[in-house]
Ligand binder design. Sequence first.
Ligand SMILES: Nc1ncnc2c1ncn2[C@@H]1O[C@H](COP(=O)(O)OP(=O)(O)OP(=O)(O)O)[C@@H](O)[C@H]1O
Length: 355
Amino acid sequence: MKLCVLCNTNRAQLKRPKTGQQICKTCFYAVFEYEIHCTITENKLFKRGDKVAIAASGGKDSTVLAHTMKLLNDRYDYGLDLCLLSIDEGIKGYRDDSLETVKRNQLQYNLPLLVLSYEELYGWSMDKIVAQIGTKNNCTFCGVFRRQALDRGAARLGVDHIVTGHNADDVAETVLMNRKLLVLFQKFTLTHFPLVFRGDFARLTRCTSITTQTLETSATTAPEHLTIPRSKPFKYTYEKEIVLYAYFLSLDYFSTECTYSVEAYRGYARVFLKDLEKVRASAIMDVIHSGEAYAQSLDEIERVEAENGGKKKKKTVVQKQGTCERCGYISSNKLCKACVLLESLNKGLPAVSLE
Ligand SMILES: Nc1ncnc2c1ncn2[C@@H]1O[C@H](COP(=O)(O)OP(=O)(O)OP(=O)(O)O)[C@@H](O)[C@H]1O
């Protein structure tokens, strides 16, 4: 019998995806939960008394997030006031079913729940949007609307902080969706990978930061115009471990993919990451750390260039950030992204560019 390498007492029951260690279930729960606790405390995500909304979709990540946030809050006495916030995008056969799971989670974890729908906020469900524009650009509409809907829900709940279930795999994939970084990775890895990825510094900074605050555009803004901070306590937690944890503990979650999800860029990044993992077990953490270092060095280059009187550091804090003249959401343009998209829908236009 092979013994768990951590406790040296129980039988090893699994090979830990993050480290390759053979461990028992009890030690797996302990390290899984303790690492999330360390991510929360080392990054000082919350302060005592904070009201925190858990963005809950009913999927594995946010269900495990609700479970661990509740458990760690009790175990380590963080003093947080937790609640669940769900956005109903209006996708029949997908979100209506996953929201049923969230409603059960609300009872299981004894947490208050607010559900806000696109229909209520925007007058359009995703089913209606797809009926009008098709499935090609629908993820753009859904992403912009959800980001704003979560902020609106959080404001309605009066919370200080939002947490989402974005995990290490999500972060690493988003890093790889940055064209410049991808080229670096390609140099010493696979050659067949298509060069279709974006070179977007704002996105790289946003995805590698553990906490972000919504900016309506990629331009930087004055702090008083920032919205509610949003954090990823699972930034260093592997998706495979989240699935194992949920499976071993028989957590109640919904596991169907969105019927309209055709995010091609992310699909490429995911396949590439899996290929990388085959040749190097630590690929996910390596990519995250490279992304963090790259974002930091780009920021440093900009700072030095600005100090030397060369290229100006991006239209920083000087840019005036106001609010959308139609809906009041933060925006540095006359209309926020959601209102631009809504205008195109209401006029019956097929697609719109947000650049
Ligand atoms: N409809 C929603 N309502 C509330 N939060 C959401 C919703 N959709 C996504 N989120 C939040 O954003 C995170 C990442 O969402 P994404 O769509 O990438 O799903 P995912 O990786 O499948 O996560 P999950 O397993 O939690 O559904 C989720 O973990 C959740 O915290």
